[in-house]
Design a protein. Structure first.
Length: 159
């Protein structure tokens, strides 16, 4: 796990999601693999389940996201990113907040980048590219795939 300097915001991988059982933590999971495990679905999740895309349960917010091309995020839309930012706003004053995905390289750091640019305003939020340039100074392991393209294309909608 990696702590964003001077914050209680952390970025992690699949293994770090185990902190979700710790009452001192709130967790934003952005990995399909972890979401499926949380829901107890096995390998094939039921697409008609009300929590197929997202589950918010107390100090846990979980997304059924895969690390793929930008169009993979259209079905959850900009509203899902806003939900993640609202969740972080809700818990960060009193808890450490972990944002995790499978490897901690793409989905989870993109949500952290959004939070720092759009809500905390500790990095440049003028555009995705300006936020990215600032963010990689804090988190050099940032290696996003399609999520970056999606967020860049919806930058003005996600606040």
């Amino acid at each position: 796990m990696f702590q964003i300097p001077d914050t209680k915001l952390w970025i992690g991988d699949r293994a770090s999601s185990s902190v979700r059982s710790d009452p001192e933590w709130a967790v934003v999971n952005t990995a399909k693999t972890v979401h499926i495990a949380i829901m107890g679905w096995g390998q094939k999740p039921p697409r008609d389940h009300p929590n197929y895309i997202t589950l918010e349960d107390g100090q846990l917010l979980s997304f059924n996201w895969v690390d793929g091309p930008a169009d993979m995020y259209k079905w959850s839309g900009a509203a899902a990113f806003i939900q993640a930012l609202d969740f972080i706003d809700k818990w960060l004053p009193t808890k450490s907040v972990l944002i995790n995905c499978d490897l901690g390289q793409s989905r989870s750091p993109t949500v952290a980048l959004l939070y720092l640019a759009k809500r905390a305003k500790t990095i440049n939020g003028a555009s995705f590219e300006s936020a990215r340039q600032d963010f990689v100074k804090l988190y050099p392991g940032y290696a996003p795939s399609g999520i970056a393209d999606y967020v860049a294309s919806r930058w003005g909608e996600i606040n």
